[in-house]
Design a protein around this ligand. Structure first.
Ligand code: OGA
Ligand code: MN
Length: 282
């Protein structure tokens, strides 16, 4: 394992078959928990292989807005500016609006009562330049706060909502139906998480709507200020993609975002599986 800067690790010589055994899965989970971002390179993964790597760590989530691109594998979601007809999307169509939404710092599926553990993203096609993914370490962000700031934040609870973050996406999307709203109600989580190893981290990002029992605007301002401070460059690993890269990250302890690229001309096809969590956030 080769450390990345300022955090994360590269799994040199990663063999997807290794994770099939109980011991292999346990060591992947330990590496993920310790390093928070894991990078493997030069892979050639089928959909079934990507799913198998995800399944080594748990059940897989199905996203709220299903991707019809992989009909045999509903667990796979392609984040891509290429439509199923092979053409690049128009700037304002829902697929592009959704993608540009991932340019905000966020942690995946925090709108769920039991949010996900990990996201695994496999690069199929990458732009010639730009389109990096950045990761910020929310354990380091917590550790960097002084004791008074930690005490102010420790007891706060944050309301996370998919309807809120979807509405914040940069463009027009169909309003949500009552059925969708009922399926994905907001979830409330502590702002400060405590992990099994005793470390603590900040838990917020794009789906975080406001702070419970505080005026909405005041909560939003505070959340935005915390994200700004938590994501300063010294806590950010930036991944520059090559086709064949697999990046697996721990959504419990990091935020991530897509950096802009020439979405109108450069193809970017990223294949994702999301490993569900098993317990409520504490
Ligand atoms: C994701 C995500 C960012 C990217 O897969 O959850 O936010 O760089 N991706 O594609
Ligand atoms: Mn994401």
């Amino acid at each position: 394992m080769k450390p990345l800067t300022p955090f994360g690790a590269e799994l040199v010589g990663f063999d997807p078959a290794q994770v099939a055994s109980v011991a292999g899965a346990a060591s992947l989970l330990k590496a993920l928990t310790d390093h928070a971002v894991l990078v493997a390179r030069e892979l050639e993964l089928s959909g079934a292989e990507l799913i198998a790597i995800g399944r080594a760590l748990g059940e897989l989530e199905i996203l709220p807005e299903p991707d019809k691109r992989n009909p045999d594998h509903p667990e796979i979601f392609d984040l891509t500016n290429v439509r199923s007809d092979g053409q690049i999307v128009d700037f304002d169509e829902p697929q592009a609006v959704f993608l540009r939404g991932t340019e905000r710092w966020h942690t995946d599926s925090s709108f769920r009562e039991i949010p996900c553990l990990s996201t695994m993203l496999y690069a199929v096609e990458v732009p010639q330049t730009k389109g990096e993914t950045q990761f910020a370490d929310m354990r380091a962000a917590w550790d960097a706060l002084d004791v008074e700031a930690q005490a102010r934040l420790e007891s706060l609870k944050v309301v996370h909502s998919y309807e809120f973050s979807r509405g914040n996406n940069p463009g027009e999307l169909e309003p949500w139906t009552d059925e969708e709203r009922a399926k994905y109600p907001p979830a409330t989580h502590p702002l400060v998480r405590t992990h099994a190893d005793g470390r603590r981290s900040l838990y917020l990002g794009g789906h975080a709507s406001h702070i419970e029992a505080r005026p909405i605007d005041e909560g939003r301002e505070l959340l935005a200020a915390i994200v700004d401070e938590a994501t300063v460059a010294e806590r950010v690993y930036e991944h520059r993609w090559a086709a064949g890269d697999l990046v697996m990250w721990d959504n419990r302890s990091t935020l991530h975002r897509l950096r802009p690229y020439d979405i109108a001309n450069q193809r970017r096809v990223m294949r994702r599986v999301t490993v569900a969590g098993t317990e409520r956030v504490t």
